[in-house]
Design a binder for this molecule. Structure first.
Ligand code: FAD
Length: 568
Protein backbone atom coordinates (compact mmCIF):
# COMPACT_ATOMS: atom_id res chain seq x y z
CA UNK A 1 0.00 0.00 0.00
CA UNK A 2 2.73 2.41 1.06
CA UNK A 3 4.45 1.65 -2.21
CA UNK A 4 1.37 2.47 -4.27
CA UNK A 5 0.75 5.76 -2.47
CA UNK A 6 4.36 6.77 -2.87
CA UNK A 7 4.29 5.94 -6.57
CA UNK A 8 1.17 8.05 -7.11
CA UNK A 9 2.72 10.93 -5.19
CA UNK A 10 5.83 10.85 -7.29
CA UNK A 11 4.00 10.61 -10.57
CA UNK A 12 1.82 13.62 -9.70
CA UNK A 13 4.82 15.63 -8.58
CA UNK A 14 6.97 14.87 -11.58
CA UNK A 15 4.68 14.98 -14.57
CA UNK A 16 5.26 18.66 -15.12
CA UNK A 17 9.04 18.16 -15.46
CA UNK A 18 8.63 16.26 -18.73
CA UNK A 19 10.80 13.22 -18.06
CA UNK A 20 11.03 11.09 -14.97
CA UNK A 21 14.68 10.25 -15.62
CA UNK A 22 17.36 12.03 -17.58
CA UNK A 23 20.28 9.75 -18.50
CA UNK A 24 23.51 11.50 -19.55
CA UNK A 25 25.52 9.37 -21.98
CA UNK A 26 24.16 6.70 -24.33
CA UNK A 27 27.14 4.35 -24.18
CA UNK A 28 27.02 0.81 -22.84
CA UNK A 29 25.59 1.58 -19.39
CA UNK A 30 23.37 4.44 -20.61
CA UNK A 31 21.79 2.24 -23.29
CA UNK A 32 21.00 -0.46 -20.73
CA UNK A 33 19.66 1.73 -17.96
CA UNK A 34 17.62 4.02 -20.24
CA UNK A 35 16.02 1.07 -22.03
CA UNK A 36 15.12 -0.72 -18.80
CA UNK A 37 13.76 2.39 -17.06
CA UNK A 38 11.68 3.25 -20.15
CA UNK A 39 9.78 -0.01 -19.67
CA UNK A 40 7.82 1.90 -17.00
CA UNK A 41 8.92 5.54 -16.92
CA UNK A 42 9.52 8.45 -19.26
CA UNK A 43 13.23 8.73 -19.97
CA UNK A 44 15.36 11.24 -21.87
CA UNK A 45 18.74 9.93 -23.03
CA UNK A 46 21.35 12.57 -23.90
CA UNK A 47 24.35 11.69 -26.04
CA UNK A 48 27.16 13.36 -27.95
CA UNK A 49 26.23 11.63 -31.22
CA UNK A 50 23.40 9.56 -32.69
CA UNK A 51 23.19 5.98 -33.93
CA UNK A 52 26.46 4.60 -35.29
CA UNK A 53 26.63 4.72 -39.11
CA UNK A 54 25.54 1.36 -40.56
CA UNK A 55 29.00 0.71 -42.03
CA UNK A 56 30.29 0.36 -38.46
CA UNK A 57 27.86 -2.42 -37.76
CA UNK A 58 30.23 -4.87 -39.34
CA UNK A 59 33.00 -7.32 -38.63
CA UNK A 60 35.37 -6.30 -35.85
CA UNK A 61 38.44 -5.64 -38.00
CA UNK A 62 36.63 -3.48 -40.53
CA UNK A 63 34.66 -1.39 -38.14
CA UNK A 64 37.56 -0.63 -35.85
CA UNK A 65 39.56 0.76 -38.68
CA UNK A 66 36.77 3.05 -39.85
CA UNK A 67 35.80 4.12 -36.40
CA UNK A 68 39.13 5.34 -35.16
CA UNK A 69 38.98 8.06 -37.77
CA UNK A 70 35.84 9.71 -36.41
CA UNK A 71 35.62 8.82 -32.75
CA UNK A 72 35.20 11.11 -29.79
CA UNK A 73 38.18 13.16 -30.80
CA UNK A 74 35.89 14.72 -33.41
CA UNK A 75 34.04 16.56 -30.61
CA UNK A 76 35.67 19.49 -28.83
CA UNK A 77 36.88 18.60 -25.37
CA UNK A 78 36.34 14.87 -25.85
CA UNK A 79 39.80 13.65 -26.79
CA UNK A 80 41.45 11.90 -23.89
CA UNK A 81 45.14 12.64 -23.62
CA UNK A 82 46.99 9.74 -22.07
CA UNK A 83 50.27 10.02 -20.20
CA UNK A 84 52.05 6.83 -19.36
CA UNK A 85 55.54 5.46 -19.57
CA UNK A 86 56.73 4.37 -22.98
CA UNK A 87 53.60 5.22 -24.89
CA UNK A 88 53.63 6.98 -28.25
CA UNK A 89 50.41 7.37 -30.22
CA UNK A 90 50.31 6.90 -33.98
CA UNK A 91 49.69 10.29 -35.58
CA UNK A 92 47.92 9.18 -38.76
CA UNK A 93 44.78 8.21 -36.88
CA UNK A 94 42.52 10.70 -35.19
CA UNK A 95 43.43 8.93 -32.00
CA UNK A 96 46.83 10.57 -32.44
CA UNK A 97 46.28 12.61 -29.34
CA UNK A 98 44.86 9.77 -27.40
CA UNK A 99 45.93 6.31 -28.41
CA UNK A 100 42.36 5.19 -28.12
CA UNK A 101 39.44 7.19 -26.84
CA UNK A 102 35.96 5.88 -26.24
CA UNK A 103 33.40 6.16 -29.01
CA UNK A 104 30.87 8.93 -29.17
CA UNK A 105 27.93 7.21 -30.82
CA UNK A 106 24.99 5.59 -29.12
CA UNK A 107 26.36 2.30 -27.85
CA UNK A 108 29.53 4.10 -26.71
CA UNK A 109 32.73 2.14 -26.58
CA UNK A 110 30.97 -1.11 -27.52
CA UNK A 111 30.94 0.34 -31.05
CA UNK A 112 34.75 0.48 -31.16
CA UNK A 113 35.32 -2.58 -28.95
CA UNK A 114 36.89 -5.84 -30.03
CA UNK A 115 33.91 -7.87 -28.72
CA UNK A 116 36.03 -9.77 -26.21
CA UNK A 117 33.64 -11.01 -23.54
CA UNK A 118 35.56 -12.07 -20.44
CA UNK A 119 34.75 -11.29 -16.84
CA UNK A 120 35.70 -12.29 -13.34
CA UNK A 121 33.11 -14.37 -11.49
CA UNK A 122 34.96 -13.75 -8.24
CA UNK A 123 33.69 -10.16 -8.26
CA UNK A 124 32.98 -8.65 -4.85
CA UNK A 125 32.68 -4.89 -5.25
CA UNK A 126 30.58 -4.14 -2.16
CA UNK A 127 27.75 -5.76 -0.17
CA UNK A 128 25.13 -6.82 -2.71
CA UNK A 129 27.53 -6.52 -5.62
CA UNK A 130 29.06 -9.99 -5.62
CA UNK A 131 28.70 -12.76 -8.13
CA UNK A 132 25.95 -14.37 -6.09
CA UNK A 133 23.69 -11.44 -7.00
CA UNK A 134 25.28 -10.27 -10.20
CA UNK A 135 24.89 -13.53 -12.08
CA UNK A 136 21.19 -12.72 -12.29
CA UNK A 137 22.13 -9.68 -14.28
CA UNK A 138 24.50 -11.52 -16.55
CA UNK A 139 21.60 -13.83 -17.36
CA UNK A 140 19.38 -10.82 -17.97
CA UNK A 141 21.92 -9.11 -20.26
CA UNK A 142 20.85 -8.67 -23.88
CA UNK A 143 24.51 -9.05 -24.87
CA UNK A 144 25.58 -12.65 -24.44
CA UNK A 145 28.88 -14.27 -25.31
CA UNK A 146 29.53 -16.95 -27.85
CA UNK A 147 32.20 -19.55 -27.13
CA UNK A 148 32.24 -20.53 -30.77
CA UNK A 149 33.92 -17.64 -32.58
CA UNK A 150 33.20 -16.93 -36.23
CA UNK A 151 36.90 -17.05 -37.12
CA UNK A 152 40.11 -18.52 -35.74
CA UNK A 153 43.42 -17.99 -37.55
CA UNK A 154 45.40 -21.22 -38.22
CA UNK A 155 48.11 -20.00 -35.82
CA UNK A 156 45.49 -19.58 -33.09
CA UNK A 157 44.24 -23.12 -33.63
CA UNK A 158 47.83 -24.33 -33.31
CA UNK A 159 48.27 -22.27 -30.12
CA UNK A 160 45.11 -23.73 -28.55
CA UNK A 161 46.38 -27.23 -29.34
CA UNK A 162 49.88 -26.61 -28.03
CA UNK A 163 49.20 -24.64 -24.85
CA UNK A 164 47.43 -26.29 -21.89
CA UNK A 165 44.50 -24.17 -20.63
CA UNK A 166 44.21 -22.12 -23.84
CA UNK A 167 40.66 -21.57 -25.12
CA UNK A 168 39.04 -19.58 -27.87
CA UNK A 169 38.21 -16.18 -26.36
CA UNK A 170 34.47 -15.76 -25.76
CA UNK A 171 33.12 -12.84 -27.78
CA UNK A 172 29.94 -10.85 -28.21
CA UNK A 173 29.73 -11.49 -31.93
CA UNK A 174 26.96 -12.77 -34.15
CA UNK A 175 27.63 -15.97 -36.09
CA UNK A 176 28.64 -13.87 -39.13
CA UNK A 177 31.36 -12.15 -37.09
CA UNK A 178 29.62 -8.77 -36.75
CA UNK A 179 29.77 -7.33 -33.28
CA UNK A 180 26.78 -6.84 -31.03
CA UNK A 181 26.89 -3.28 -29.78
CA UNK A 182 24.87 -1.92 -26.87
CA UNK A 183 23.01 0.19 -29.41
CA UNK A 184 21.96 -2.89 -31.39
CA UNK A 185 21.20 -4.97 -28.30
CA UNK A 186 19.23 -2.38 -26.31
CA UNK A 187 18.35 0.87 -28.04
CA UNK A 188 16.94 -0.61 -31.23
CA UNK A 189 13.79 -1.55 -29.30
CA UNK A 190 11.92 1.67 -29.75
CA UNK A 191 9.84 2.64 -26.77
CA UNK A 192 7.40 5.51 -26.67
CA UNK A 193 8.69 6.34 -23.24
CA UNK A 194 12.31 6.72 -24.36
CA UNK A 195 13.38 9.90 -26.11
CA UNK A 196 16.92 10.28 -27.36
CA UNK A 197 18.52 13.69 -27.75
CA UNK A 198 21.73 13.46 -29.78
CA UNK A 199 24.34 16.07 -30.64
CA UNK A 200 24.45 17.47 -27.11
CA UNK A 201 27.23 17.58 -24.55
CA UNK A 202 26.24 17.79 -20.90
CA UNK A 203 28.47 20.40 -19.34
CA UNK A 204 26.93 20.96 -15.88
CA UNK A 205 24.60 19.29 -13.44
CA UNK A 206 22.11 21.64 -11.85
CA UNK A 207 22.31 21.17 -8.09
CA UNK A 208 20.11 23.23 -5.79
CA UNK A 209 20.22 22.72 -2.02
CA UNK A 210 21.98 19.36 -2.45
CA UNK A 211 19.33 18.12 -4.88
CA UNK A 212 20.15 17.50 -8.53
CA UNK A 213 17.25 18.84 -10.57
CA UNK A 214 18.62 18.71 -14.09
CA UNK A 215 21.43 19.13 -16.57
CA UNK A 216 22.77 21.98 -18.66
CA UNK A 217 23.66 20.80 -22.17
CA UNK A 218 25.41 22.39 -25.08
CA UNK A 219 24.01 21.87 -28.55
CA UNK A 220 27.15 20.92 -30.44
CA UNK A 221 25.94 22.38 -33.75
CA UNK A 222 24.64 25.75 -32.65
CA UNK A 223 26.77 26.12 -29.51
CA UNK A 224 23.64 27.18 -27.60
CA UNK A 225 23.04 25.98 -24.04
CA UNK A 226 19.78 24.64 -22.70
CA UNK A 227 18.56 23.38 -19.38
CA UNK A 228 16.82 20.04 -19.00
CA UNK A 229 14.97 19.14 -15.82
CA UNK A 230 14.48 15.64 -14.44
CA UNK A 231 11.34 14.77 -12.53
CA UNK A 232 12.85 11.98 -10.47
CA UNK A 233 16.58 11.58 -11.02
CA UNK A 234 19.53 12.42 -13.18
CA UNK A 235 21.63 9.38 -14.02
CA UNK A 236 25.15 10.01 -15.26
CA UNK A 237 26.49 7.31 -17.62
CA UNK A 238 29.16 9.21 -19.51
CA UNK A 239 31.93 6.65 -18.89
CA UNK A 240 35.07 6.53 -16.77
CA UNK A 241 36.50 9.76 -18.21
CA UNK A 242 33.56 12.02 -18.81
CA UNK A 243 31.47 11.14 -15.74
CA UNK A 244 34.09 12.44 -13.29
CA UNK A 245 34.57 15.40 -15.58
CA UNK A 246 30.87 16.30 -15.53
CA UNK A 247 30.84 16.07 -11.73
CA UNK A 248 33.95 18.21 -11.45
CA UNK A 249 32.56 20.88 -13.81
CA UNK A 250 29.46 20.89 -11.58
CA UNK A 251 31.43 21.60 -8.40
CA UNK A 252 31.52 18.00 -7.15
CA UNK A 253 35.13 17.02 -6.53
CA UNK A 254 38.17 17.63 -4.39
CA UNK A 255 37.49 21.02 -2.80
CA UNK A 256 41.10 22.16 -3.12
CA UNK A 257 41.31 21.17 -6.78
CA UNK A 258 37.97 22.82 -7.53
CA UNK A 259 39.09 26.01 -5.82
CA UNK A 260 42.39 25.95 -7.73
CA UNK A 261 40.43 25.65 -10.99
CA UNK A 262 38.10 28.49 -10.04
CA UNK A 263 35.01 26.25 -9.90
CA UNK A 264 32.66 26.97 -6.96
CA UNK A 265 32.62 23.99 -4.56
CA UNK A 266 29.20 22.33 -4.28
CA UNK A 267 30.35 19.21 -2.43
CA UNK A 268 33.83 18.14 -1.37
CA UNK A 269 34.20 14.69 -2.93
CA UNK A 270 37.96 14.03 -3.10
CA UNK A 271 37.64 10.69 -4.94
CA UNK A 272 36.16 12.19 -8.12
CA UNK A 273 38.58 11.34 -10.95
CA UNK A 274 40.90 9.34 -8.64
CA UNK A 275 41.45 5.59 -8.12
CA UNK A 276 41.52 4.88 -11.86
CA UNK A 277 42.15 1.18 -12.30
CA UNK A 278 42.80 -0.23 -15.76
CA UNK A 279 44.29 -3.49 -16.94
CA UNK A 280 47.80 -3.00 -18.28
CA UNK A 281 49.24 -5.03 -21.09
CA UNK A 282 52.50 -5.80 -22.79
CA UNK A 283 53.16 -7.85 -25.94
CA UNK A 284 55.68 -10.60 -26.67
CA UNK A 285 56.01 -11.31 -30.44
CA UNK A 286 57.64 -13.80 -32.80
CA UNK A 287 58.37 -13.50 -36.54
CA UNK A 288 56.57 -16.13 -38.58
CA UNK A 289 56.38 -17.35 -42.17
CA UNK A 290 52.63 -18.01 -41.84
CA UNK A 291 50.71 -14.92 -43.13
CA UNK A 292 49.23 -13.11 -40.11
CA UNK A 293 46.15 -10.87 -40.08
CA UNK A 294 48.23 -7.91 -41.21
CA UNK A 295 48.94 -9.78 -44.46
CA UNK A 296 45.32 -10.85 -45.00
CA UNK A 297 43.47 -7.53 -45.19
CA UNK A 298 44.23 -6.71 -48.81
CA UNK A 299 45.36 -3.37 -50.26
CA UNK A 300 46.12 -0.76 -49.05
CA UNK A 301 46.73 -2.39 -45.66
CA UNK A 302 48.61 -5.42 -46.94
CA UNK A 303 50.25 -6.31 -50.24
CA UNK A 304 48.52 -9.64 -50.83
CA UNK A 305 44.84 -10.29 -51.61
CA UNK A 306 42.18 -9.89 -48.88
CA UNK A 307 41.06 -13.02 -47.02
CA UNK A 308 37.41 -12.25 -46.35
CA UNK A 309 36.87 -14.45 -43.26
CA UNK A 310 39.86 -12.90 -41.48
CA UNK A 311 37.91 -9.67 -40.97
CA UNK A 312 35.81 -11.54 -38.42
CA UNK A 313 38.81 -11.98 -36.10
CA UNK A 314 38.58 -10.53 -32.59
CA UNK A 315 42.38 -10.16 -32.62
CA UNK A 316 42.91 -11.60 -29.12
CA UNK A 317 41.61 -14.91 -30.42
CA UNK A 318 42.68 -17.25 -27.61
CA UNK A 319 43.01 -16.74 -23.85
CA UNK A 320 44.92 -18.50 -21.08
CA UNK A 321 44.27 -17.57 -17.45
CA UNK A 322 47.69 -17.31 -15.78
CA UNK A 323 46.48 -16.37 -12.30
CA UNK A 324 43.61 -14.38 -10.81
CA UNK A 325 45.54 -11.25 -11.73
CA UNK A 326 46.86 -12.04 -15.20
CA UNK A 327 45.94 -13.54 -18.56
CA UNK A 328 47.83 -14.25 -21.77
CA UNK A 329 46.05 -13.75 -25.10
CA UNK A 330 47.15 -15.04 -28.47
CA UNK A 331 46.96 -12.54 -31.35
CA UNK A 332 47.79 -13.62 -34.91
CA UNK A 333 49.21 -10.16 -35.62
CA UNK A 334 52.17 -8.04 -34.58
CA UNK A 335 51.69 -5.52 -31.78
CA UNK A 336 54.27 -2.76 -31.47
CA UNK A 337 54.42 -1.84 -27.80
CA UNK A 338 54.83 1.87 -28.43
CA UNK A 339 51.85 2.40 -30.72
CA UNK A 340 48.10 2.73 -30.57
CA UNK A 341 46.47 -0.58 -29.72
CA UNK A 342 43.99 -0.76 -32.56
CA UNK A 343 43.88 -3.13 -35.50
CA UNK A 344 46.43 -2.25 -38.19
CA UNK A 345 47.51 0.90 -36.38
CA UNK A 346 48.77 -1.27 -33.59
CA UNK A 347 51.69 -2.34 -35.72
CA UNK A 348 52.90 1.25 -35.60
CA UNK A 349 53.87 1.04 -39.28
CA UNK A 350 52.88 2.74 -42.50
CA UNK A 351 50.64 0.76 -44.91
CA UNK A 352 51.21 -1.72 -46.44
CA UNK A 353 52.21 -3.31 -43.13
CA UNK A 354 55.58 -5.04 -43.22
CA UNK A 355 56.19 -6.92 -39.95
CA UNK A 356 54.67 -10.39 -40.07
CA UNK A 357 54.61 -11.72 -36.51
CA UNK A 358 52.30 -13.25 -33.93
CA UNK A 359 51.91 -11.98 -30.38
CA UNK A 360 51.15 -13.27 -26.92
CA UNK A 361 49.66 -10.28 -25.11
CA UNK A 362 50.04 -10.36 -21.33
CA UNK A 363 47.35 -8.39 -19.49
CA UNK A 364 47.23 -7.92 -15.73
CA UNK A 365 45.57 -5.93 -13.01
CA UNK A 366 47.93 -3.74 -11.06
CA UNK A 367 48.32 -2.00 -7.74
CA UNK A 368 49.32 1.07 -9.72
CA UNK A 369 46.40 3.39 -10.29
CA UNK A 370 45.80 6.57 -12.21
CA UNK A 371 44.00 9.92 -12.07
CA UNK A 372 42.03 12.09 -14.44
CA UNK A 373 43.03 15.74 -14.57
CA UNK A 374 40.22 18.03 -15.55
CA UNK A 375 40.25 21.56 -16.88
CA UNK A 376 37.46 23.98 -16.00
CA UNK A 377 36.86 24.60 -19.73
CA UNK A 378 34.65 21.80 -21.15
CA UNK A 379 36.31 22.31 -24.55
CA UNK A 380 39.64 21.17 -23.11
CA UNK A 381 40.06 17.39 -23.12
CA UNK A 382 40.78 15.59 -19.85
CA UNK A 383 44.24 14.21 -19.20
CA UNK A 384 44.70 10.65 -17.95
CA UNK A 385 47.83 9.97 -15.91
CA UNK A 386 48.67 6.35 -15.18
CA UNK A 387 51.07 5.76 -12.29
CA UNK A 388 54.14 3.65 -13.02
CA UNK A 389 53.88 0.02 -11.93
CA UNK A 390 54.76 -0.75 -8.31
CA UNK A 391 57.68 -3.13 -7.57
CA UNK A 392 55.13 -5.88 -6.81
CA UNK A 393 53.39 -5.24 -10.14
CA UNK A 394 56.72 -5.52 -11.92
CA UNK A 395 57.48 -8.79 -10.15
CA UNK A 396 54.12 -10.31 -11.06
CA UNK A 397 54.42 -8.87 -14.58
CA UNK A 398 57.81 -10.47 -15.09
CA UNK A 399 56.46 -13.88 -14.02
CA UNK A 400 53.50 -13.51 -16.41
CA UNK A 401 55.78 -12.50 -19.30
CA UNK A 402 58.00 -15.49 -18.63
CA UNK A 403 54.96 -17.76 -18.86
CA UNK A 404 53.92 -16.04 -22.11
CA UNK A 405 57.38 -16.54 -23.60
CA UNK A 406 57.05 -20.26 -22.92
CA UNK A 407 53.64 -20.35 -24.63
CA UNK A 408 54.64 -18.39 -27.74
CA UNK A 409 57.76 -20.52 -28.13
CA UNK A 410 55.56 -23.61 -28.39
CA UNK A 411 54.76 -22.61 -32.01
CA UNK A 412 57.29 -22.86 -34.86
CA UNK A 413 58.63 -19.33 -35.51
CA UNK A 414 61.43 -17.35 -37.14
CA UNK A 415 62.56 -16.03 -33.75
CA UNK A 416 61.41 -13.38 -31.29
CA UNK A 417 60.83 -9.74 -32.24
CA UNK A 418 63.14 -7.55 -30.16
CA UNK A 419 61.41 -4.73 -28.35
CA UNK A 420 61.30 -2.88 -25.03
CA UNK A 421 58.96 -3.96 -22.23
CA UNK A 422 56.37 -1.27 -21.48
CA UNK A 423 52.98 -1.75 -19.89
CA UNK A 424 50.18 0.23 -21.58
CA UNK A 425 46.74 1.02 -20.24
CA UNK A 426 44.78 2.61 -22.99
CA UNK A 427 41.49 0.90 -23.70
CA UNK A 428 39.43 1.01 -20.64
CA UNK A 429 39.06 2.18 -17.04
CA UNK A 430 37.07 1.80 -13.86
CA UNK A 431 36.93 3.38 -10.42
CA UNK A 432 37.04 7.13 -11.15
CA UNK A 433 33.70 7.61 -9.32
CA UNK A 434 33.82 4.39 -7.41
CA UNK A 435 31.21 2.98 -5.06
CA UNK A 436 31.85 2.65 -1.33
CA UNK A 437 30.89 3.99 2.05
CA UNK A 438 33.88 6.21 2.82
CA UNK A 439 33.29 9.77 1.61
CA UNK A 440 36.96 10.44 1.02
CA UNK A 441 37.68 7.31 -1.04
CA UNK A 442 34.41 6.82 -2.92
CA UNK A 443 31.91 8.95 -4.84
CA UNK A 444 28.70 6.90 -4.81
CA UNK A 445 27.12 4.65 -2.20
CA UNK A 446 26.16 1.06 -2.87
CA UNK A 447 22.88 2.25 -4.43
CA UNK A 448 25.01 4.29 -6.85
CA UNK A 449 23.73 7.56 -5.34
CA UNK A 450 26.29 10.36 -5.23
CA UNK A 451 27.29 11.00 -1.61
CA UNK A 452 25.50 14.02 -0.21
CA UNK A 453 23.49 14.89 -3.34
CA UNK A 454 19.94 13.69 -3.75
CA UNK A 455 18.41 12.48 -7.01
CA UNK A 456 21.77 11.94 -8.68
CA UNK A 457 23.23 8.54 -9.52
CA UNK A 458 26.18 7.27 -11.47
CA UNK A 459 25.68 4.19 -13.57
CA UNK A 460 28.72 3.25 -15.65
CA UNK A 461 32.23 1.83 -15.53
CA UNK A 462 33.44 4.68 -13.31
CA UNK A 463 31.45 3.28 -10.35
CA UNK A 464 33.15 -0.14 -10.47
CA UNK A 465 35.68 -0.04 -7.63
CA UNK A 466 38.18 -2.72 -8.64
CA UNK A 467 40.00 -4.00 -11.67
CA UNK A 468 40.41 -7.36 -13.36
CA UNK A 469 42.77 -8.49 -16.12
CA UNK A 470 39.79 -8.23 -18.49
CA UNK A 471 38.14 -5.34 -20.31
CA UNK A 472 35.01 -4.10 -18.60
CA UNK A 473 32.04 -4.35 -20.95
CA UNK A 474 30.34 -7.39 -19.34
CA UNK A 475 30.77 -5.85 -15.87
CA UNK A 476 29.33 -2.54 -17.06
CA UNK A 477 26.28 -4.29 -18.53
CA UNK A 478 25.69 -6.21 -15.28
CA UNK A 479 26.09 -3.04 -13.21
CA UNK A 480 23.62 -1.13 -15.39
CA UNK A 481 21.07 -3.97 -15.35
CA UNK A 482 21.22 -4.06 -11.56
CA UNK A 483 21.10 -0.27 -11.36
CA UNK A 484 17.82 -0.26 -13.27
CA UNK A 485 16.32 -2.58 -10.63
CA UNK A 486 17.71 -0.44 -7.81
CA UNK A 487 16.35 2.76 -9.32
CA UNK A 488 13.01 1.13 -9.98
CA UNK A 489 12.87 0.15 -6.29
CA UNK A 490 13.30 -3.59 -6.84
CA UNK A 491 15.36 -5.34 -4.19
CA UNK A 492 18.01 -7.50 -5.81
CA UNK A 493 18.32 -10.93 -4.29
CA UNK A 494 21.34 -13.11 -4.03
CA UNK A 495 20.92 -16.32 -5.93
CA UNK A 496 21.78 -18.33 -2.82
CA UNK A 497 18.93 -16.67 -0.89
CA UNK A 498 16.26 -17.61 -3.38
CA UNK A 499 14.03 -20.56 -2.59
CA UNK A 500 14.51 -23.51 -4.94
CA UNK A 501 12.54 -23.05 -8.14
CA UNK A 502 11.44 -19.47 -7.34
CA UNK A 503 11.87 -16.74 -9.91
CA UNK A 504 13.43 -13.40 -9.10
CA UNK A 505 10.05 -11.84 -9.93
CA UNK A 506 8.33 -13.85 -7.20
CA UNK A 507 10.93 -12.97 -4.62
CA UNK A 508 10.88 -9.31 -5.54
CA UNK A 509 7.08 -9.14 -5.35
CA UNK A 510 7.07 -10.09 -1.70
CA UNK A 511 9.77 -7.54 -0.82
CA UNK A 512 9.28 -4.05 0.60
CA UNK A 513 10.85 -1.02 -1.04
CA UNK A 514 13.77 -0.07 1.23
CA UNK A 515 13.00 2.97 3.42
CA UNK A 516 15.95 4.96 2.03
CA UNK A 517 14.60 4.65 -1.51
CA UNK A 518 11.17 5.64 -0.31
CA UNK A 519 12.58 8.81 1.21
CA UNK A 520 14.33 9.65 -2.03
CA UNK A 521 11.20 9.04 -4.07
CA UNK A 522 8.87 11.09 -1.96
CA UNK A 523 11.08 14.21 -1.87
CA UNK A 524 10.30 17.36 -3.85
CA UNK A 525 10.55 16.33 -7.45
CA UNK A 526 9.78 19.36 -9.54
CA UNK A 527 9.70 23.06 -9.09
CA UNK A 528 6.59 22.98 -11.17
CA UNK A 529 4.87 20.28 -9.07
CA UNK A 530 1.46 20.71 -7.42
CA UNK A 531 1.10 22.47 -4.06
CA UNK A 532 1.71 20.21 -1.08
CA UNK A 533 -1.86 20.39 0.33
CA UNK A 534 -3.35 19.21 -2.98
CA UNK A 535 -0.84 16.39 -3.15
CA UNK A 536 -1.74 15.35 0.42
CA UNK A 537 -5.45 15.41 -0.32
CA UNK A 538 -4.93 13.34 -3.46
CA UNK A 539 -2.71 11.04 -1.52
CA UNK A 540 -5.35 10.43 1.14
CA UNK A 541 -7.97 9.78 -1.56
CA UNK A 542 -5.65 7.36 -3.34
CA UNK A 543 -4.98 5.53 -0.06
CA UNK A 544 -8.69 5.00 0.55
CA UNK A 545 -9.40 3.86 -3.01
CA UNK A 546 -6.38 1.59 -3.26
CA UNK A 547 -7.16 0.05 0.15
CA UNK A 548 -10.66 -0.76 -1.02
CA UNK A 549 -9.36 -2.16 -4.31
CA UNK A 550 -6.74 -4.28 -2.55
CA UNK A 551 -9.39 -5.70 -0.18
CA UNK A 552 -11.82 -6.41 -3.04
CA UNK A 553 -9.34 -8.19 -5.28
CA UNK A 554 -7.07 -10.02 -2.81
CA UNK A 555 -5.00 -12.24 -3.20
CA UNK A 556 -3.98 -10.23 -6.28
CA UNK A 557 -2.36 -11.12 -9.61
CA UNK A 558 -0.47 -14.30 -10.21
CA UNK A 559 3.29 -13.78 -10.36
CA UNK A 560 4.85 -13.69 -13.79
CA UNK A 561 7.33 -16.49 -14.23
CA UNK A 562 8.65 -15.55 -17.62
CA UNK A 563 11.50 -13.41 -16.34
CA UNK A 564 14.46 -14.37 -18.34
CA UNK A 565 16.77 -13.96 -15.41
CA UNK A 566 14.99 -16.60 -13.37
CA UNK A 567 17.62 -18.91 -11.96
CA UNK A 568 17.45 -22.52 -13.01
C1 FAD B 1 38.95 0.78 -28.27
C2 FAD B 1 38.22 0.03 -27.19
C3 FAD B 1 38.07 -1.36 -27.29
C4 FAD B 1 37.38 -2.06 -26.28
N1 FAD B 1 37.21 -3.42 -26.43
C5 FAD B 1 36.55 -4.10 -25.46
C6 FAD B 1 36.35 -5.51 -25.58
O1 FAD B 1 36.71 -6.14 -26.57
N2 FAD B 1 35.71 -6.15 -24.55
C7 FAD B 1 35.29 -5.50 -23.42
O2 FAD B 1 34.76 -6.14 -22.50
N3 FAD B 1 35.46 -4.16 -23.30
C8 FAD B 1 36.06 -3.45 -24.28
N4 FAD B 1 36.24 -2.11 -24.16
C9 FAD B 1 35.75 -1.45 -22.94
C10 FAD B 1 34.24 -1.24 -22.96
O3 FAD B 1 33.83 -0.82 -24.24
C11 FAD B 1 33.91 -0.21 -21.88
O4 FAD B 1 34.23 -0.78 -20.62
C12 FAD B 1 32.43 0.16 -21.85
O5 FAD B 1 32.01 0.65 -23.09
C13 FAD B 1 32.21 1.23 -20.79
O6 FAD B 1 30.86 1.59 -20.81
P1 FAD B 1 30.37 2.98 -20.23
O7 FAD B 1 28.90 3.00 -20.36
O8 FAD B 1 30.97 3.16 -18.89
O9 FAD B 1 31.02 4.11 -21.19
P2 FAD B 1 30.98 4.29 -22.76
O10 FAD B 1 30.51 3.05 -23.43
O11 FAD B 1 32.31 4.83 -23.17
O12 FAD B 1 29.86 5.40 -23.01
C14 FAD B 1 29.99 6.74 -22.69
C15 FAD B 1 28.98 7.51 -23.54
O13 FAD B 1 28.79 8.78 -22.97
C16 FAD B 1 28.74 9.76 -23.98
N5 FAD B 1 29.17 11.00 -23.35
C17 FAD B 1 30.35 11.24 -22.74
N6 FAD B 1 30.35 12.46 -22.20
C18 FAD B 1 29.14 13.00 -22.47
C19 FAD B 1 28.56 14.25 -22.17
N7 FAD B 1 29.21 15.19 -21.44
N8 FAD B 1 27.30 14.51 -22.62
C20 FAD B 1 26.62 13.58 -23.34
N9 FAD B 1 27.14 12.36 -23.64
C21 FAD B 1 28.38 12.08 -23.20
C22 FAD B 1 29.65 9.25 -25.10
O14 FAD B 1 29.27 9.80 -26.34
C23 FAD B 1 29.39 7.73 -25.00
O15 FAD B 1 28.32 7.36 -25.84
C24 FAD B 1 36.88 -1.38 -25.16
C25 FAD B 1 37.03 0.01 -25.07
C26 FAD B 1 37.68 0.72 -26.07
C27 FAD B 1 37.80 2.22 -25.94
Amino acid sequence: MLRLVSAVLVSIGTRAAGYDYVVVGGGVAGSVVATRLAEKHSVLLLNIAGAPPSKYNSAVMVSDELIVQTNLTATPGMAARIHQPGYAPVPRFSTGETGSSPARWLGGSSVVGLSLFLYDKAMDWAPGWDWNTMQNYMLKSEIQPTHDPAYLHPLTRAFIKAVPGAMATPSSQRPDGTKITAHAAYLHKSSEKLKIMEGVRADRLIIENDVCTGVEVRDLKSGAYRTIRAGREVIVSAGYLYTPRLLFLSGLGDAKELAASGIPVVKDLPAVGKNLVAPRFTPVSWHTSEPTLSQMMGPPISKGPAVKEAFQSVMAEATVQLSKDAIAQFMPIYYAPKSAPLPYSLQGEAWPLSTNAYTVLVTMRTEAKGVIKIDKDPDVSPLIVHEPLTPRDRERGAAAVEAAVGMGSALPSLGPVEHTRDWSAVYDGRGTCRMGTNLSTSVVDTSLKVHGVRRLRIVDGSAIPSSTPFLALPEVVMLAERAADLIGGLQPYAVADMPDGASLWEVVQSAEVPPSDMAALSGPSSEEGLPVYIVMLLCAAVSLISGAVAWRFAPGRAPETSDHYTMA
